[in-house]
Design a protein around this ligand. Structure first.
Ligand code: AMP
Length: 301
């Protein structure tokens, strides 16, 4: 089987109440493919970076066996940069800047062998680019799309067109409200299902995640943690764990979607324990299974 991941590769500058990092490896495609690489094979990444993208970041992705044939490098361009500052309440984040740089003129080219990928995850990038990717691939088994307030507010019409092709949409609770203009999350969920995706996942930060389909509502808790250092990428890591598990098991039944939500939550819990991608550097499948079981214990009564 196979998983195609398209999204941003970034240099992130992050400030949390516990520390700061400058120009550290990030981006939606990086978090998604790294998390998915613990389950799925092959993981194929498509994106763009500038000549300033560090060699150590390429080595990191290669060591996770992520295929990089679809990664374009614009030697005289600058890599996408994003900066965020978290409040004392880590659920609250201000975006300090978004510099699209090489993403402004990005024209995604999907390598021939990637076009038949069975699972596709479109990370948070311009919805027009997400559609350009979909135009190049053969009908996959499952298309998962992510987005964020930046695109909901800036390119709503384009996003609505793109969303019609998604089987699964993953967004956080404030984005669900913004997208549907509906304060109640269950009603918001039903509205999203009318917009195209048959499956909706609403991430609720430290309050877990909701899975909504026509026939199911499932609520997974977040792992109770005392030390959360950096929530950046938790949402993308969730998406990577979720689709990684679906690709590995090749089963999109409601029961297995629930398991995938718990694997996504388990991966996100590792991500927030350290800054940037550090929490995902040295995991093992056994460690992930252990955390999956802790989630089971958490809700057994
Ligand atoms: P998350 O914390 O899951 O929302 O993801 C944060 C990651 O998304 C960071 O590593 C950023 O580099 C990336 N990111 C933030 N804004 C954008 C954007 N407008 N387009 C693409 N990627 C973005």
């Amino acid at each position: 089987m196979s998983l195609l991941v398209v999204g941003s590769l970034a240099l992130d500058t992050i400030e949390t109440p516990f520390g700061k990092t400058k120009e550290t490896l990030g981006g939606s495609a990086v978090y998604i493919s790294t998390a998915a690489s613990y389950f799925a094979s092959p993981v194929r990444l498509v994106g763009v970076v500038g000549g300033d993208f560090p060699k150590s970041a390429i080595t990191f992705l290669e060591e996770r066996n992520i295929e990089l044939e679809g990664l374009q490098t614009i030697q005289n361009g600058k890599t996408f940069r994003w900066s965020g500052k978290y409040h004392y309440d880590l659920n609250m984040r201000d975006t300090l800047f978004t510099q699209l740089n090489v993403f402004e003129k990005f024209d995604p080219k999907i390598p021939e062998v990637y076009r038949k990928s069975k699972y596709v995850c479109l990370g948070n990038i311009d919805p027009i680019l997400q559609r350009k990717v979909l135009e190049q691939i053969e009908k996959p088994k499952l298309i998962i799309g992510d987005t964020m307030n930046f695109w909901i507010e800036g390119k709503r019409d384009e996003l609505m067109k793109t969303m019609k092709h998604f089987d699964v949409l993953i967004i956080n609770e404030s984005e669900a409200r913004l997208l549907t203009q509906e304060p109640n999350l269950i009603r918001a969920g039903k509205k999203v299902i009318g917009m195209g995706p048959k499956i909706l996942i609403i991430k609720k930060g430290e309050h877990g995640a909701l899975l909504i389909t026509d026939s199911t509502i499932f609520s997974a808790p977040a792992y109770p943690m005392e030390d959360i250092y950096d929530p950046t990428g938790a949402g993308d890591t969730f998406a990577g764990g979720f689709i990684g598990w679906l690709e590995k098991s090749d089963d999109i039944s409601d029961e297995n979607l629930k398991k995938a939500v718990v694997y996504g939550s388990a991966m996100a819990s590792f991500c927030v324990e350290k800054f940037g991608v550090d929490g995902l550097r040295e995991l093992t499948y056994l460690k992930i299974q252990d955390r999956f079981r802790s989630f089971r214990d958490l809700v057994k009564f």
